[in-house]
Design a protein. Sequence first.
Length: 181
Amino acid sequence: MDLFRFFAIIKYFFMSVAIYPGTFDPVTNGHLDVLERASKIFSQVIVAVSADNSDKKTAFDCNARVKLLLENINEYKNVQVDSFHGLLVDYAKDRGASVVVRGLRAVSDFEYEFQMAQMNRHLDSELETIFLMPNEKYFYTSSSLIKQVHLFGNRETKLVPDNVSIALRKLSLENQNREGA
Ligand code: COA
């Protein structure tokens, strides 16, 4: 590889603003693992919480999901948290981002991620999607599974940060009180 190309690649990563989008209902240690990896690669990472993902009925409203994330990013000086409405490609353009970061866990993620990346490329060919693998201990977790264990099973996992554990405990109590009333 010639020197020019080498520096172009280095510049691409270290000068790029990356968006890490998701529903984050709620943020898990797996998400934070991906975020930490992204923060070491890109000059700025914006965690973008989708405010209107119509496919999912969320346990936490958008403000709560943003707050749970904000409480976990103090150690990363180049990470911000924001929420967005509408299409991801439009939000990325508004924020001057050239890269979308997505976590890729098991093979089962691939089909969905592939479709999403292709659609985003169709909508904006300048926006690149980059996949990062979390630590394998998070390969088989997801927000829905974690919610099931905490909310319906009344058990705790070590798969979420402390503030999320507390928020899930509170939500579980609220649900129980509502059902008992
Ligand atoms: N560790 C643990 N779990 C992880 C994970 C990790 N590293 N990475 C992903 N997951 C899980 C999440 O917990 C979530 O689990 P759930 O389905 O049980 O809730 C699942 O994988 C996927 O969630 P997430 O990464 O939050 O993505 P999403 O599919 O909810 O979000 C958007 C998708 C918001 C990025 C997408 O819908 C979007 O861009 N919306 C905006 C509208 C738009 O532009 N649409 C066109 C897109 S082509």
